[in-house]
Design a protein around this ligand. Structure first.
Ligand SMILES: Nc1nc2c(ncn2[C@@H]2O[C@H](COP(=O)(O)OP(=O)(O)OP(=O)(O)O)[C@@H](O)[C@H]2O)c(=O)[nH]1
Ligand SMILES: [Mg+2]
Ligand SMILES: [Zn+2]
Length: 351
């Protein structure tokens, strides 16, 4: 196997820009005939199941799945969006309709991306299932980042540890301790194995009548878990690379599936890092739920909750009321906000 030299940021950016141009050109070519009003039927209500560039698969209220073009005036369209669509009266290509408008969202989960700005992962969701596992690696840092995002949007989170069949005796104690810390601050934690089926039934009970999005690092087994919950889903699952130990980014676009006993599941592509620089530092502090009682009681209003004198958060940490792991992860997030904002700033000046 040949080792490729990693691309520089500039190279990646140029590749990406070219790719986007190509995609846009293709979309423009594709769009022509379907957009004429006379060839379209009446307005229908639908749900976006998946989005692919300039197209989206929409499920109509009648349960029909149609691939649609997206009107150019639509700024943002993601899985879970409720839309108004019109179907082509005569189907001349694989594109069977047009999305005309998007209904307001009651919720959305988003993350900032260095290249694309704020990226919305899915819309109209009721519950975020944060999936983690020992393979590729168990890390509370990414769990805490997702918890912050969930608290910020007000969508209730649940923590799921998948692949419990792979936990070694050496790892067990520290993982149990980490999960117990989350339970102590009020989060629900579930342990499952999509391979052996252990714990899967308990997850089933969480999903009825809700729209749940599965998020987490690539390779933790989000798609595998959905397959275990819904054998008909037949989602493609990937390998965890033996070289890098990381997931292969198998799922490339979010997809909505209907759960047999009511409720919807959204599988989402794994991330390597979940950035939060769209949030002000103060908001991040508020999103650490166990900090809330102390916020506003520090001596200085602009307290960084670190070495500042009279810091109520640091006092609570020293008194053992805030865990070291959460305290450290909070500061990691705060430090990264500055770095990532700087990187983005640097990038836009550079363009
Ligand atoms: N041993 C074991 N392996 C599992 C389990 N669940 C998933 N895997 C394996 O983990 C690998 C990754 O699974 P995926 O379901 O593709 O992971 P994902 O989170 O959807 O990854 P992305 O789509 O890249 O975000 C596959 O090789 C699965 O077979 C489990 O409970 N136990
Ligand atoms: Mg997947
Ligand atoms: Zn403070």
């Amino acid at each position: 196997m040949s080792k490729k030299k990693p691309l520089s940021q500039g190279q990646r950016r140029r590749m990406r820009a070219n790719q986007e141009k190509r995609l846009q050109r293709r979309a423009d070519e594709n769009q022509a005939p379907e957009l004429q009003d006379s060839s379209l039927g009446p307005e229908l209500l639908g749900t976006v199941i998946s989005r692919f560039g300039q197209h989206a698969d929409v499920e109509t209220e009648a349960g029909e799945l149609v691939r649609c073009n997206i009107r150019r005036n639509i700024q943002s369209l993601v899985t879970g969006d409720k839309v108004i669509a019109r179907l082509a009266l005569e189907q001349s290509s694989t594109i069977a309709g047009v999305i005309e408008a998007v209904h307001p969202r009651h919720s959305s989960l988003s993350r900032p991306d260095l290249y694309d700005g704020i990226k919305i992962i899915a819309a109209n969701i009721d519950q975020i299932l944060i999936v983690s596992s020992v393979v590729p690696s168990f890390t509370t840092q990414i769990i805490d980042r997702y918890l912050v995002a969930a608290e910020d949007t007000g969508i209730s989170p649940v923590i799921i540890l998948n692949k419990v069949d792979l936990i070694t005796d050496e790892e067990a104690a520290s993982i149990d301790a980490a999960l117990a810390r989350y339970q102590a601050i009020g989060y629900s934690v579930y342990r499952v194995s999509s391979k052996t089926g252990e714990g899967v039934e308990q997850i089933q009970g969480l999903l009825n009548d809700k729209v749940s999005v599965f998020v987490g690092q690539s390779g933790v087994g989000k798609s595998s878990l959905i397959n275990a919950l819904m054998p008909d889903a037949e989602l493609i699952i990937g390998d965890v690379s033996e070289n890098s130990g990381l997931g292969q980014h198998t799922t490339t676009t979010a997809k909505l599936l209907h759960f047999p006993s009511g409720g919807d599941l959204i599988d989402s592509p794994g991330v390597r890092e979940f950035a939060l620089w769209h949030l002000p530092a103060e908001r991040v502090g508020w999103c650490f739920v166990e900090f809330r009682d102390y916020l506003g009681t520090c001596k200085f209003r602009d307290c960084k909750h670190k070495t500042d004198p009279g810091c109520a958060i640091t006092q609570a940490f020293n008194a053992g009321e805030i865990s070291e792991d959460r305290y450290n992860n909070y500061h990691r997030i705060i430090d990264s906000l500055d770095e990532q904002r700087h990187a983005r700033h640097f990038r836009s000046e550079d363009d």
